[in-house]
Every structure is written in structure tokens, then in C-alpha cells.
Design a protein around this ligand. Sequence first.
Ligand code: NAP
Length: 312
Amino acid sequence: MSTAKDVYTFEDLRTWPQATGGIQPPPRLSVFGDPVAHSLSPEMHNPGLREAGIDAQYVRLNITPDKLKDALQELKTQNFIGTNLTIPHKAAAIEHMDDIDETARHIGAVNTVLVEDGKLIGYNSDGPGFARAIREEFSVDLHDMRIMIIGAGGGAGRAVAVQAAMDQCERLVLVNRTVEKAEALATELKPLFREGHIDGPMRRLEAISMEEAALAAQMDHIDLIVNATSLGMKRSDPEVLPARLIQPHQFVYDMVYNPGRTHLITQAQNAGARAANGLSMLLHQGAISFEFWFNREAPLEAMRKGLGDALS
Ligand code: NAP
């Protein structure tokens, strides 16, 4: 019996029975990306599939943007259960879906596809995965918090900002290096905020630049700080925000998970704040994808262990 390759190609997908012949369990789930070799999703999903007794395995597929449409169509032909989508496909995939759920529509991106009755159904588990991660890490719901998202102009920042707005958080402050992107998102999210919260001294929805003075003016009115920038993966990266701004009552969530202890997490803990890295979001978005595919609870602990083993 042969084992699955680390990364498959579009040509493999077109000839899937030949490309994966003799591999057990049969590969019927995947992640599409370009690049994709770094994705930890197989290490998370395969232990979960085994634990759940499902006769399928999860593989990586390197799909370039020009092949996305055809690759999605191949999922139907090749009897896939579904796929995840990562960079650069999440936004582009929307137009190729037969149906799309409300969260994915608001986020404007699909990260989970279910093949059902010959149709492609698009979902987004990044936002809901973030909400579950915050509940797990800090025992609070987005609804009850005043949230600052740094990097709100990126794909991940947008997903968590939309989720926070859909969950009717107390306040939402969108921060981005290119402030125009945060301003455009704030305009878009405004209709999602229903009335009902008592207005305090600060506006409920704001977009600000990453300058220290602008950040400092917000800090007394923020409970949760989220790093959704790509800063923090490399030691040489500039800091996400000056450490002196972090207050002991705050929660700090760094979406970066490798390294596990980022500079921001160290800064937050030194300031007396509670901090967590993005591994819990990765886990919970995976668990929610599993729920979309199989309509049953995900084997969370097996998936958590798989991720932990892959990173250690
Ligand atoms: P992206 O779309 O490329 O967005 C990058 C963001 O970072 C933008 O807001 C960008 O600001 C900002 N940025 C980049 N360099 C910067 C700098 N030198 N100074 C200030 N801001 C800077 O990336 P993404 O897909 O959203 O991913 C962002 C991060 O989230 C990555 O670290 C990724 O690994 C992580 N992530 C984690 C999970 C998880 O499950 N834990 C899921 C998704 C993503 P501009 O708009 O001004 O360029």
C-alpha cells in the first residue's frame, strides 16, 4: 500500500484515481493553496478523521490561481467530500460557488467548500473559529468585548472584524498601516451594527492609523487586542504596537502561532495582560470545517494533538 504525497498538483487532481491509486484511506479532502507545502491542515485533519472512523484522508494540492476554477470543478468529478482554501484563493473562490453561506458572504471569502449533490457550497470557518478560540482562551464572547484589530486591512483581519461585527461586539476599532483599507471596512461594517448598545464616550466603530498617538487614545476603551498583521513570524519584524500601551486588564490574541511565543505575547504578559497565540484559531477553524463536511461534532482533542505533534 502506498502513502500520500506531501503535495499534489492540478495534473494529479485531473487523474485522481491514477495519481492516488492504492492509497488508503482514499484522499477525498484537501487544502488548495499556492504555495501550500507549509500547511499544517493534513496533520490536524488526518488524526481527526481517524478518530472519527471516517474512511478518507486529507492532502495538500498546489493549485495556481489560473487553475482554481477548473480544480474546484474537478472536486465533483473526483468524488471529493470538500476542500479548504488558503492563500491566494479565498476571495477568488466566491464566484465559483453554487451557493454560499451568510458568514462567507459578509467576509467576502471562502475557506471551506462542501461538495453536496453535485454542487459546491462555500463557507468561511475563519471568523467563527476565531470566536471559538477567544472563548476557549479567555472565557469571554466577542459580544461582550471592546475589540481592537490591528491589521484589519488584510484577509485574516477582515474575517475576524466581520465576525466581531456579526456578533455585535461592544466596540470595534479597526487599525491598519494603510488606513484607507480600515476606513473602507468600517464603512462596510456599519450596517451590521444594530442599535441596542448604550453609547459610551467613544464611537462604537472606528478606523484609525497605526500611529502611537492614535492607538494610545483608544487603550482605556479596549478589552481585546488582536494582531492580524503578518508581523511576528520573524525575529527581525518591527513590533506590532509599543509595549507601554498594553494594560493589565486586556486580553491580547496574536494570530501568529509559529513561533508559539511571539514578541507581542511576551510584551503582553510582561504588562500583566493575558495573551494567547493563533493556534487555537487554526484548530477551531479546522473543527468548524469538519462540522460543515460531516454535520457532526469534530474530534477536537485528536485534531489538537495532531497540530501539537506537528509543531513540536
Ligand atoms: P495579508 O492579507 O497579507 O495581510 C497582512 C496584514 O499585515 C495587512 O493588514 C498589512 O497592512 C499588515 N502588514 C504587513 N506588513 C506590515 C508592516 N510591516 N507593518 C504594519 N502592518 C503590516 O495576510 P493575512 O492572510 O491576513 O494573514 C495575516 C496574519 O494572520 C499572518 O501572520 C497569518 O499567518 C495569520 N493567520 C493566522 C490564522 C490562524 O488560524 N491563526 C489564520 C489566517 C491568518 P497593509 O494593508 O498596510 O499592507
